[in-house]
Each structure stands twice: as C-alpha cells, then as structure tokens.
Design a protein. Sequence first.
Length: 91
Amino acid sequence: MERKYQYLTCCVNIGQRDLEKLETMIDKGRQIKPDTFFKYVDFEELSKMMGYPESGNLTLKNDYAVNFYKSKWDKKVCYYMNHSAIEYIFV
C-alpha cells in the first residue's frame, strides 16, 4: 500500500521563510499513537532513514524519545515525528 504522506523536511533544514509554518505546525500539533502515524507514513522506509531496525528491543515505534503528531503545514494536513527535539515533517 502506497502511503499518502511523504517526507518533506526536518526543522533543522527550515529556511527563514518557512519558520512561521513550523511554529504554527508545532502549536497546532496533537500527539497521536505510533500505529496511527504509521497508517499514513511508511514505517519500513522511515525506520531505515533513521537507522532503526524494523524489529527488536528498540524500534522507531517503541523509542521513548520519539513522539508522533498530526497537525497542519501551510493549511494542509501533515504528520510529524519529534525525534530528540527535531521535527521530521510529512505532507
């Protein structure tokens, strides 16, 4: 199944012109469960991108330092992951 939301960027790569979008996204974000997040974002692809194994003791789904959110990016629904205080944005 192809996922609807694709990786856009992370907060450390945001330019000055997108700073307000980032702040609004974080302000409007509501935390969701990992299983909900991964209905819309490809788990295997993101695990690989972040260097996590797909199974084992510490995966992307069970890492205590990772939180998942649903919000808006430039008035469009987005999902984002906060990993060690860095937001990874999917639109």
